[in-house]
Design a binder for this molecule. Structure first.
Ligand code: FPP
Length: 247
């Protein structure tokens, strides 16, 4: 079934005044979903596409300004060569299939990750095409973490800092932050991981310093906007202090 791209009413039990601005998701559990059905792992990734689109349109309807999804990590190159090949091709073809409908909905597509390391040229070309097609859209940003590692992002930022000749006395959170992949995006308010694993797996290490974390047992291919809304509800029950005593 193709997800309904029209914004659906957001549940009344969500506080519209306290929506997270940036939600980030570790889309985990595709392999287990496929194994439960005696299907190859890659079938699980394929089934994850519908979940991704439904979560994106659900976030859009809720007024979330940025949704970052972990689509391929710098460590995922260690997976079997066939799966890596599938994932490269899948991410490329997903953009081909979906970039126009996302564009029609006003979604800006951006990418976080290492560009100049291992990613095939044709995949990079498709990523650039999706970014430039949607560059002026402002309804929501879908930031795809692709060939992304939190440590690699910090290493790359520090390398740029050195290349820029920043003196040791001028190294600060601000000078590092401004060299991350997308310094213009706010830090995630809420990070969701599916499939019952309680790990960060090298995702947004710098940015999630004060994010609220929500873990769900739902396997990624089964994830729908309703699960996103439940996670946002959980987030809204939390008290954020950012190291201080009061909000
Ligand atoms: C981190 O867990 C999870 C990811 C990097 C997400 C991987 C997602 C996919 C491969 C599917 C992408 C799906 C779509 C629809 C684009 P990990 O398994 O890398 O880390 P772990 O070994 O610590 O569990």
């Amino acid at each position: 079934m193709v997800p309904d791209p029209r914004p659906t009413p957001v549940p009344t039990w969500l506080d519209r005044a306290r929506m997270p601005s940036h939600v980030a998701v570790v889309m985990d559990g595709n392999g287990r979903w496929a194994e439960q059905r005696h299907l190859p792992r890659t079938a699980g990734h394929g089934a994850g596409e519908e979940a991704l689109l439904d979560a994106t349109y659900g976030a859009l309807a809720a007024g979330v300004s940025t949704l970052t999804v972990y689509a391929f990590s710098t460590e995922n190159w260690r997976r079997p060569v066939d799966e890596v090949r599938y994932l490269m091709n899948f991410n490329k073809s997903l953009l081909e299939r979906r970039q126009h409908e996302l564009d029609d909905e006003g979604v800006r597509i951006t990418f976080s990750g290492r560009r100049d390391w291992r990613v095939p040229k044709q995949v990079l070309r498709r990523m650039d095409e999706a970014s430039s097609l949607t560059d002026t859209n402002r309804a929501m940003t879908l930031n795809i973490a692709f060939n992304y590692g939190g440590r690699a992002e910090i290493v790359d930022a520090v390398a740029r800092l050195v290349a820029d000749g920043v003196a040791p006395g001028s190294v600060s959170e601000k000078t590092i932050r401004s060299r991350l992949y997308h310094p213009e995006l706010p830090d995630p308010d809420l990070v969701i991981r599916t499939s019952g694993e309680f790990r960060i797996s090298n995702f947004l290490l710098w940015e999630m310093a004060y994010s609220e974390l929500v873990f769900t047992d739902v396997l990624w291919p089964d994830f729908r906007r309703e699960h996103l809304y439940e996670a946002i509800h959980e987030y809204q029950r939390r008290e954020r202090r950012f190291g201080g005593l009061d909000k």
